[in-house]
Design a protein around this ligand. Sequence first.
Ligand SMILES: *Cc1c(COP(=O)(O)O)cnc(C)c1O
Ligand code: SF4
Length: 443
Amino acid sequence: MENKKYRNFILRNYNDLPQLSALSDQEREAIGVVGRVLPFKANNYVVEELIDWSNVPEDPIFTLTFPREEMLSKTHYAQVKKLIDANDEAGLKQKVYDIRMKLNPNPAGQEHNVPMVDGIKLHGMQHKYRETVLFFPSQGQTCHAYCTFCFRWPQFSGMNELKFAMKEADLLHKYLLKHPKVSDVLFTGGDPLTAKASIMSAYIEPLLTKEFSHIRNIRIGSKTLAYWPYRFLTDKDADDMLRLFEKVKKAGKHLAFQGHFNHPVELSTDAVKQAIERILNTGAQIRTQSPLLRHINDDPKVWANMWKEQVRQGLIPYYMFVARDTGSKTFFEVPLEKAWNVFRKAYRNVSGICRTVRGPSMSANPGKIQVLGVAEVRGEKVFALRFLQCRNPNLVDIPFFAQYDKKATWFDELKPAFGEEEFFFQKDNLLGKYEKDIDFIWE
Ligand SMILES: *Cc1c(COP(=O)(O)O)cnc(C)c1O
Ligand code: SF4
């Protein structure tokens, strides 16, 4: 395997890329303008091995990583361009900040899920669902390239007050010791695998001791297989990272690698295939997830091919998400009915082996809500929905209904069906009543 040295392309040096001659002047300009608002970073693997430059700007991986004019509103685009042309750095900074604040930088009340230990707010963690604690290692608050649709973008763009990051593994461990109902720790970011293996060891190895016998599953959410598979092949500490995965397995725990793949192209290179093989050889499993994105993967054939290819390589399809209500959502959004149709048509075209996948799912404030489909009940057209995850776990898997709405793209836009005032979970403060530390309820 070639020893590929990581090199990134950001606003400062993207014009050095010879591949960009495939673009028009206006498309090149758009990278500089939109890239001021939505963080931009690509790398030599993405540019050389994933993007088909004879197919830009439509190429899905180009759209996934390079800003395009339509990702900002016409007004915002014109405002930013004017300030760039006028060389007004101070004005530009303020304008970029104002626009970002309008783009809903912190969707679905993520700030409400921040836990406490010994009276200290743990900004590097979220604990929303009983079994699973999210942890954001401060060294993993970046990615090997940036997705143009990403909702984590305030973390990359210097908006520090929104940065969910925490320095000390200590507080994580303290919190977990106090919460015996937690069985899963999910390392996320950014991309936690931008951190060194030694850093990940400092967080993970203590969890392998007897004290933490309640922690069964170590989960790592990462886009590294798709954006920089050399992390597991030829990077300096590639072998150390794999050895850490092995240790988890040897300690009798499950290592779940949650890989983000947005398009089958990301599964097609020799590098990614070898990286997958090396990870699976450690005893880890790889589950996959992706949002459904217009211009990138809003086609059932793309999903069916992606799931089939994943299964061929030993991966387990896990989630299809609805794109979050943030950033350049208007460019990427897909109405819920269409999302369900893409899911359904892909799902019915694969065998049961691929149907471990669930979706389309919205990570909304009350929980992860799956669109089960459009149905007609006594003459009223409705969406059938259910919680795949909920702040109150007792509400998971109970079907409920919303009025059909052709244009709706997110749960907030939906109203209860059958003339009801509220959804079932809004009655009697059902969501708020639940305490995370109560026992499991079997009745
Ligand atoms: C998605 C998510 C999880 C993990 O949910 P699983 O269904 O177990 O994969 C945990 N916490 C938060 C806040 C999430 O959004
Ligand atoms: S890899 Fe994940 S966290 Fe990183 S930019 Fe893409 S969507 Fe955002």
